[in-house]
Design a binder for this molecule. Structure first.
Ligand code: COA
Length: 532
């Protein structure tokens, strides 16, 4: 198989500048992750420990196989909002008794582990990942239920959390709840809907309504233990399957349950060689342009991600603003689609549609490296059928059934974001580099369009166009879009599965590819009608 060469010079001015910009962004992210790891802060964490309890992250660590990986998902959701960073829950994929599982742990040090709209988005996404990749879901529960201050945004859509749990069970994806503490009201249905439940003696308290609510509703006087204690649920109500002596015992029982699930990957295991790339992953910080208007060759990324830097490029002479080709990552075969120069023309769209069909015939997952400013506009391109050809690509990507893994390494704008399997196109995983930017179009273009529309409207009304107000509007729109399109702003809304350090790309893709192979990988039998 052909091997990629590299013309990247880490000492070049542009590479040094790119690296510095990437390091600045990574420092910002590292500070946020540090804040996240501190949970609800010192006061709440110390109080939690004084109660003899483990933190959410310690629970996860004890559940996982020693030295096994943990691919944390959506860690920075909620950034920049009034809600706590991270959605008061830790979610990720880790290996328990040799089985890859989705693990979600409420963080009880953050507002009593209560669920806000971002907790809901994260949990629903985690359930989606468990469903699509057929990974057992282990919930480490300690949550006061709904965050009552945001109940209006949470209550109605939040019902899907319980519906989806039972649908996972119906689909044969095992669901487990280890309950460490409070699991109140709606939260009580997390163990209620799981296949297996483990309650910690003296810790778990699971009730639809706690003593004050019961008093309010019926006048009955009651105490926590008789209303929802672990011993009561294990001996009387039957909601608990296993009574654990303490937290460590619950985690041990949880591991035993997973070990006995009889989960086997549908196989075959990765067949390819999984030798390291020929080029250093450290270079990746210098490869991505600090200024996204400057395109960079994604083959420099592929040369540092694919096994042995081997890449068999498909149709290299046609539609060269998009490279398509075959390679392997940690031995797993992938078909790659990567933007070379920002814009997608008709040729690129048609080449992509053909390539996606081929990957489906081969039953090979697809890797999308986004760095695109959108489909080309203009008279010649419209007359040449750019909409029709873009629709071919969107049709192919929408109906393709092999797993899609996306990585936004630069820009991802407009319909090209969709055509490259953007979030709404259900990629199995979507990660971003810190330099990523995603929006309907770039800030300058968007402000310019609004300005032209306003000018035409004023002309139509016969009004005088206020140039100064227009300049102010454009400046404010540019500032708004710049803040809304950043990797952080998008990850904050749950529009990706996390921002990754570019140097970790190969590892993250390897973990994601391993996860997708927990479900059968099968290509589509048919696509929608291609308008020819
Ligand atoms: N909604 C919004 N905020 C809540 C909350 C809820 N359901 N439950 C707790 N909080 C807040 C508390 O007001 C407190 O905020 P503060 O520190 O700024 O004053 C913080 O979370 C921690 O709560 P606290 O009660 O001190 O922690 P705890 O560990 O001792 O107890 C709970 C945690 C969850 C057991 C307890 O707070 C509780 O029972 N909450 C009500 C649960 C409930 O009825 N939920 C209804 C869901 S439909």
């Amino acid at each position: 198989m052909p091997v990629l060469s590299s013309s990247f010079d880490p000492a070049a001015d542009s590479a040094v500048e790119n690296r510095r910009a990437a390091e600045r962004r990574l420092d910002e992210i590292a500070a946020l992750l540090e804040q996240l790891n501190a949970g609800g802060g010192l006061r709440y964490t110390e109080r939690h420990r004084a109660r003899g309890k483990l933190t959410a992250r310690e629970r996860i660590e004890l559940l996982l196989d020693a030295d096994g990986p943990f691919l944390e998902l959506m860690p920075l959701i909620g950034w920049g909002t009034d809600h706590p960073l991270g959605g008061s829950i830790v979610c990720g994929i880790g290996v328990v008794e040799g089985v890859e599982c989705v693990i979600c742990a409420n963080d009880p040090t953050v507002r009593g582990g209560t669920m806000n709209p971002y907790t809901m988005r994260k949990l629903l996404r985690a359930m989606e990942i468990a469903r699509d990749n057929r990974l057992p879901l282990v919930n480490l529960v300690e949550s006061g239920g709904a965050d009552l201050s945001s109940q209006a945004e949470l209550f109605v859509p939040g019902g899907a959390m319980f519906r989806n749990l039972t649908r996972l069970s119906a689909a044969g994806v095992p669901t487990i709840a280890l309950v460490f503490g409070n699991s109140t009201a709606g939260g009580a249905y997390i163990p209620g809907m799981c296949d297996y439940t483990v309650f910690v003696d003296g810790g778990a308290k699971v009730f639809l309504g706690g003593p004050p609510l019961v008093k309010m509703a019926t006048g009955e006087e009651s105490e926590d233990e008789e209303l929802g204690g672990a011993a009561m649920h294990s001996r009387t109500s039957g909601l608990s399957d296993y009574l654990a002596a303490d937290e460590a015992d619950a985690l041990r029982i949880g591991r035993e349950i997973v070990a006995n699930l009889n989960v086997r990957k549908p196989g075959p295991p990765p067949a390819g060689r999984s030798d390291d790339p020929l080029y250093d992953s450290q270079d990746l910080l210098g490869v991505a342009s600090a200024d996204l208007r400057v395109p960079f060759d994604p083959r420099e990324v592929l040369a540092r991600v694919l096994d042995g830097s081997r890449y068999e490029e498909f149709k290299p002479l046609y539609g060269s603003a998009l490279t398509t080709g075959w390679g392997t990552v940690h031995g797993y075969p992938v078909g790659v689609l990567a933007n070379v120069r920002g814009v997608l023309f008709s040729e690129e769209a048609q080449k992509a549609a053909q390539f996606i069909q081929l990957a489906n015939r081969r039953h090979v997952p697809l890797l999308f490296l986004h760095n695109t400013t959108g489909f080309m506009v203009g008279r010649d391109y419209e007359q040449g059928g750019i909409i029709k050809h873009g629709a071919h690509m969107i049709n192919a990507v929408s109906n393709s059934t092999v797993p899609h893994i996306g990585l936004i390494v630069g820009a991802s704008y407009g319909a090209a974001h969709y055509a490259m399997a953007g979030r709404a196109y259900a990629p199995r995983f979507l990660f971003s580099w810190p330099s990523a930017q995603s929006a309907v179009m770039g800030p300058q273009q968007l402000a310019g369009v609004l300005s032209i529309v306003a000018r035409a409207s004023a002309q139509g009304r016969g009004a005088v166009f206020d140039e100064e107000a227009d300049a102010r509007m454009r400046a404010s729109v540019v500032a708004q879009i710049e803040s809304e399109q950043s990797a952080l702003a998008n990850t904050a809304r749950g529009y990706d599965d996390g921002i990754i350090d570019p140097r970790d790309t190969r590892t993250v893709l390897g973990l994601a590819l391993s996860a997708v192979h927990s479900a059968p990988v099968r290509g589509a039998d048919g696509f929608g009608v291609f308008r020819l």
